[in-house]
Design a protein. Structure first.
Length: 754
């Protein structure tokens, strides 16, 4: 009866908690502010205009919708400056805008980009600000008007090592805002391109024509196209873009020394066309290419001479050729190392010797129409300093000559367009790209599946804990394997370390503009938070803190190694341990209070967590942060899970609602704590009071006490029970065999000596 009453009280508290959360959400929904005012004026004066738009010396007051500020060099207008959050509603994991000032030239090229404000926990606990700035600078020089991004294509700038979803959000914000501003202010050229006349007659590649031609004939026919640039051509383009520093840089001087051969002499050809492919590749290589190509797939040959390499070295490190890009209409793509084959030379008669020859196969998920015009865009980059790069692009236009094509079967003249063509013209515009968070989830489907399987395994461990803990060796090995998974896969690989910053930003979002998509940006983190929230109803905070926390796993594994090496563990009395454990609640309340006043300050103070240093950055950070994390781990060698027990604000934040759990899975005997103290003495985190009760605020659900509960050689209760059982089973003792010795009694009537 008492147990049911206690369960009823616990359930009532849980219902009360749910009601409170619902009321809070409704209140936040009602008090959420209206649309945010455009904030370009707030940031424009904080940064010199020349840092956002190189070469500009003044700017007009912000105006228009979306709001922009026109910038000038003397009286010549160069372009506009705008704030990304004024244009697009792309927000990060914190649900706060990520504000970037962007300089957009009159030709649609991005000439400057600077991050001016953010509240991203992923940056605060994930990657240094310098790496974020480096990533953003990669967008400088790109032109999304001339080269619009293709839906589903990888970001035009490689995601840096250790980066997370925030960088994808930033890239998406830059891309979409640049296109929107260009269209709104007359920079967009896509409308004019869309009105270009369609070909008079539909044509396809003539597969029957495969005669081999010499190099010069291919050039004269336009089957091979050429782009020749001198160092002066490149420098002039840099100067026209306002980057005089790039034109006068050391890189420009080094390139100028090779002007005898030119900066670059670039050639491109569509070698999936039989006549062109046989001529440039030779019969053997052409047959290999034909066997490799799938129906409708194309291949491009690129060759070059000169001081500048069209390959660069990026494809060696990251698998992508970042200096060249194929653009056709609204789509564009880059080649990766798996699409590339290095060739020694060009087989056509009379072809010059080339420094670089590459055969690229168009990726299978990309379509390149062989008879429609396309262009190969070459990016020229100059590194001015560690944090400053300049970019310009040049186009090599290509259109397959009509001599290599034939009319398509059933093609009609413009006077009698087919029904299919009419339907195509009336077809609706391309559907918009799916939400960014959906794209991220699709891209991480494999990781989501692995984490889901791990969570199912963990649920199985808890549901069948009696069967597991009754086998001590199996329990120990399984726990060791799961901790290793949490550290190496969830932490160091998946970068899914939960943090108190996530808690603070969640409450901040409730008070401002709460939207689920803000928290769906990182699939692994979102799944872990959902799993942690559900597990608190069943198993308090121990499911996360004891099994899924990467830093907790690092502490426990390092402590195991220390004990194996003979490191003596410190014994802390129950009273001292109880008082020290209150520190984490004090830290949490202070951080929560600061977040209500200034979230950015609270995020900085949250560095009391060593998660960013030890897990996300793998100790690759400034030495004070590394020293702090190492000191906490060193303390954990003598006191198991030192940080978790006494300092972790995330553990404190999870312990408060976990008090409302409605189930109790940890089994106890009536004599636990009175008189038996074995579980109390052996609990790794001293979560068991001398009275035998388990403190749910401190329990990490390691199940060590349940192993003792089932262990007949360690649990005093079971030892006594076994002894009593054996005494009852013992058979009655058989009577001992007695030896009877008969003595003859003397006759009293007999005479002595008779």
């Amino acid at each position: 009866m008492q147990g049911s009453t206690a369960a009823g009280r616990g359930f009532s508290r849980y219902i009360w908690f749910i009601h409170a959360v619902v009321v809070l959400l409704l209140f936040c929904a009602q008090t959420a502010g209206t649309a945010q005012a455009q904030r370009l004026p707030d940031f424009l004066g904080s940064v010199p205009i020349g840092q956002i738009f190189p070469g500009a010396d003044r700017a007009d007051p912000p105006a228009g919708k979306p709001m922009v500020a026109k910038v000038y060099a003397s009286d010549r207008q160069l372009g506009v400056v705008y704030l990304t959050s004024d244009v697009v509603n792309t927000r990060g994991y914190s649900s706060k805008p990520i504000d970037l000032l962007i300089g957009l030239a009159n030709d649609g090229r991005i000439v400057g980009a600077r991050l001016v404000e953010h509240h991203e926990p992923i940056v605060l606990i994930g990657i240094p600000q310098s790496k974020v700035d480096h990533f953003i600078s990669g967008y400088v020089g790109l032109n999304f008007v001339d080269s619009p991004p293709r839906h589903g294509a990888p970001p035009p700038v490689d995601i840096i090592s250790g980066a997370t979803v925030t960088l994808m959000v930033i890239g998406d914000s830059i891309t979409r805002s640049a296109i929107a501003v260009a269209r709104a202010h007359g920079i967009d050229k896509s409308a004019g391109q869309a009105q270009q006349a369609a070909p008079a007659t539909a044509r396809v590649v003539d597969e029957t024509r495969d005669a081999v031609q010499p190099w010069q004939a291919l050039l004269d026919a336009g089957a091979v196209r050429n782009l020749r640039l001198s160092s002066e051509d490149v420098n002039r383009t840099f100067r026209e873009s306002g980057r005089n520093d790039a034109a006068a840089s050391a890189a420009a001087s080094a390139e100028g020394g090779a002007d005898a051969d030119g900066f670059i002499d670039l050639y491109a050809a569509l070698v999936s066309v039989p006549a062109i492919g046989r001529s440039l590749l030779g019969d053997t290589e052409w047959q290999r290419l034909r066997e490799r190509l799938k129906p409708g797939q194309q291949a491009v040959l690129v060759a070059g001479n000169g001081a500048y390499s069209f390959k660069g070295s990026g494809y060696v490190r990251g698998g992508i050729f970042d200096r060249i890009e194929i653009i056709q209409d609204e789509s564009s793509f880059r080649f990766r190392d798996r699409n590339h084959q290095r060739l020694a030379d060009v087989a056509a008669e009379g072809a010059p010797a080339f420094r670089e020859v590459a055969l690229f196969v168009v990726p299978e998920d990309t379509v390149l129409d062989p008879v429609a015009p396309w262009r190969l865009q070459l990016m020229v980059q100059r590194v001015l300093s560690v944090s400053d790069k300049a970019f310009v692009t040049f186009d090599l236009s290509y259109e397959l000559p009509a001599a290599y094509t034939r009319p398509a079967a059933g093609a009609q003249t413009p006077a009698a367009p087919s029904a299919a063509a009419a339907a195509a013209q009336a077809a609706p515009a391309e559907e918009p790209a799916p939400a960014l968070w959906k794209q991220i989830w699709r891209g991480k489907a494999g990781q989501v599946a692995v984490l889901t399987v791990a969570l199912v395994v963990l649920v199985g461990i808890f549901f069948f804990q009696d069967q597991l803990t009754s086998r001590p060796l199996l329990h120990d090995r399984l726990r060791l394997a799961f901790l290793a998974f949490a550290l190496f896969w969830i932490g160091w690989y998946g970068q899914a370390q939960l943090s108190i910053v996530n808690v603070l930003t969640f409450f901040s979002a409730l008070r401002s503009d709460f939207r689920w998509e803000y928290f769906l940006m990182d699939p692994l983190v979102f799944i872990l938070w959902c799993a942690t929230a559900i597990s608190m109803v069943f198993w308090n905070r121990g499911a996360f803190c004891g099994w899924l926390c990467p830093f907790g796993a690092l502490q426990e594994l390092s402590n195991r190694i220390a004990r194996r090496l003979g490191v003596r563990q410190l014994k802390i009395s129950h009273g001292v341990n109880q008082r020290l454990s209150t520190l984490k609640y004090v830290i949490f309340l202070l951080l929560f209070g600061f977040s209500l006043y200034d979230l950015a300050l609270a995020e900085q103070l949250s560095e009391v967590e060593p998660f960013k240093t030890a897990i996300i950055l793998r100790f690759m950070r400034y030495w004070p942060f590394v020293a702090f994390a190492v000191a906490l781990l060193a303390a954990g060698l003598f006191v198991e899970r030192f940080f978790c027990r006494y300092l972790c604000p995330l553990g404190a934040a999870l312990a408060i609602p976990a008090r409302l759990r409605i189930f109790n899975w940890l089994r106890r005997y009536r004599d636990c704590g009175n008189p038996c103290q074995r579980c109390n003495l052996e609990c790794p985190v001293q979560a068991i009071d001398p009275t035998g009760e388990i403190n749910p605020n401190e329990c990490i659900q390691c199940l060590h006490c349940q192993m003792l509960y089932h262990h007949e050689q360690k649990c005093p209760h079971l030892i006594q029970k076994k002894a009593k059982r054996e005494r009852r089973r013992a058979p009655a003792a058989e009577p001992a065999e007695q030896v009877i010795v008969m003595h003859r009694a003397p006759n009293p009537n007999s005479e002595p000596g008779a």
